[in-house]
Design a protein around this ligand. Sequence first.
Ligand code: CTP
Length: 394
Amino acid sequence: MHVLIGVSAGIAAYKIPLLIRLLIKQGHSVKVILTPDAVDFVSPLVLSTLSKQPVAIEFWNRKTGEWHNHVSYAEWADVLLVAPCTANTLAKMAQGLCDNFLLATFLSMRKRTIVAPAMDLEMYQHPSVKRNLMTLEKDGVMVIPPDHGELASGMVGEGRLPEPEILAERLNLHLGCAHKLIGCKALVTAGPTYESIDAVRFVGNRSSGKMGFAIAEALASQGAEVILLAGPTHLNSSHPSIRTISIESAQDLLTAVQQYWPNSDIGIFAAAVADYRPSEPSSQKIKKNQAQLSLELTRTEDTLAWAGKGKQAHQFLVGFALETSNGESYAREKLVKKNLDAVVLNVLGEKGVGFNSDTNKIRIFGCDGQDCDYPLESKVEIAKRIVDYIIQNK
Ligand code: CTP
């Protein structure tokens, strides 16, 4: 789609470069118009570099003599998104004023216009702003409402421009694009587990949780409602469709999966779950009064295998495999043994692959015997590939 972004002079304009990157990654073409004062808030050079298009500010540039035609901008656009839309631009749009290039383009738009107002709490609640918004809505303009949160003034309330990911998602929702998992419930496991040795010590592993969190985001940006069961990690997710539930041990994870898996449509189990736990954790801190200390370990229950055993016809279950040798044969064996629909094999031995890395290299083995090999990419991109694979195969 051709997305024309109109940026007016609000502090939240700093979010627009990231929005442009996201939209281009999603396959949209983007052009940008700035109001003359918006150049104080975001650099035209940055916007032009990211959109790979000249940025229009005025009808004509006195220095270069370059001329922009508002009618051809409006004809090019499938949608005009005014974000951030200040109280001033909002009022002018509602009144049909036309004293800058953005407003002239708005009046020339034949397809839809969406405004994302962003301003301080008191301004957003002012009756004139509410009235202008209602006028625009009556005129067929759609509104992406501001989020509640901390504002540039330090006040807390409604008025914040949503984060770029959320803006992109709401824009796509208005455009009827993407969102292939609307109505779908997904369960994701992420991060390590900690198994208590005593009151202060545990057995754990080096998993960062990055892969599982990226998968949860990728599912949510396709419209899924996600429950993310996260082992101890410093990560968090602010996506409104992701509910994060913290777990600590393999037993906590099993209990949570037993609660949520029966009502899920998709399961992606990316957690690095302990296969063994100390048989008798001490409730007191163990003192160092012995020369040697042996720790007896007991097998934990395999949560993924439990989910596979009870899998229903509508459910699609994906497990991960991390192998140091014979990756393909172990991955295929896990697929059958745990009754999975696909196994994601982390391909070890390459630079940039591993627990704490931001990149990963995977192969996906499907239950149809086929497999897909992917290049080394960021975990965010890999997560999208896994979600696309599920959309195509479920
Ligand atoms: N898994 C799980 N619960 C466990 C152990 C593993 O849910 N107690 C899941 C992981 O989240 C991952 C998959 O099982 O999706 C693969 O785990 P892995 O430890 O690689 O394989 P195992 O089947 O445990 O086999 P092995 O350790 O012998 O390689």
